[in-house]
Design a protein around this ligand. Structure first.
Ligand code: F6R
Length: 245
């Protein structure tokens, strides 16, 4: 059943603004809420907006806890291609969040099983994710949950598909520098979030938006599982929204 709320934004910037509205509502009700965050090109205006709103005192990050979706294996926090670096530059360095309230996988951790278990435990100790931001990959991935024969439940290490490595190549000096695997939260972790906000922008996302939300739920299109989540808001710009036609 399609019961997701779909909002059409005029521009990428407006999509970020509208996503920030959803987060502001949750943060306004619960100062120490747990928010799930994504990297990539899509959320950039969203992070700009959050920074601006804290400056204007519309919201505060001083007690907020954050959980990131994923991180590349083998990249250190200071590596400009790591997701930790992205988060520092695009959000954390500009807001009042406390270091101990940031959860993001350590890409250099050798014992990945323990890392994944501790990640899930920490989310549980914090009381679960109140609101989760998602982008969507061209193949329907969410976090780094790639198309597969099943839905991975919890945080795990995942081999990146050639398609995803190619899509992310633009950020690296040479194609060989793109990491071969990543740590990602599971589909179960994402589905346990109380509320989900997905942003999709650009004409290149229209086709996957149609497949994920107007077709069957299948692990071949991981984002399609969101059709079963009771509280999803999808914010598209005009180009991505064309997928519904
Ligand atoms: C990033 C993530 C990915 C991206 C997706 C879309 O933390 O989990 O699933 O959301 O690859 O990326 P962009 O926004 O660059 O199109």
């Amino acid at each position: 059943m399609f019961h997701m709320k779909v909002i059409k934004a005029k521009t990428h910037k407006e999509a970020g603004y509208l996503a920030a509205d959803e987060f502001e509502k949750v943060m306004g009700k619960k100062a120490d809420c747990v928010i799930g965050l994504a990297t990539g090109s899509t959320p950039l205006p969203f992070y700009d907006e959050l920074i601006q709103r804290e400056k204007n005192r519309a919201l505060s990050f001083s007690s907020v806890r954050t959980v990131n979706l994923d991180e590349y294996v083998g990249l250190e926090a200071e590596d400009p291609q790591s997701y930790r670096y992205y988060m520092q530059k695009n959000l954390f360095d500009h807001i009042s969040i406390k270091k101990e309230n940031i959860l993001i996988p350590n890409g250099l951790e050798k014992d990945k099983e323990t890392l994944c278990r501790k990640y899930e435990n920490q989310i549980e100790v914090w009381g679960g994710i109140d609101i989760q931001l998602l982008g969507i990959g061209h193949n329907g991935h969410i976090g780094f949950n790639e198309p597969d024969d099943f839905f991975a439940v919890s945080t795990h290490e995942v081999k990146l598909t050639e398609k995803t490595r190619k899509a992310n190549q633009r950020f690296f000096k040479s194609p060989n520098d793109v990491p071969k695997s990543a740590i990602t939260v599971g589909i179960g972790t994402i589905m346990s979030a109380k509320k989900i906000v997905m942003m999709a922008v650009g004409g290149d996302k229209a086709e996957i938006i149609k497949k994920a939300f107007c077709g069957p739920v299948t692990p071949k299109i991981p984002a399609s599982i969101l059709q079963f989540h009771p509280n999803v808001t999808l914010i598209c710009d005009e180009a991505a929204y064309m997928g519904f036609y």
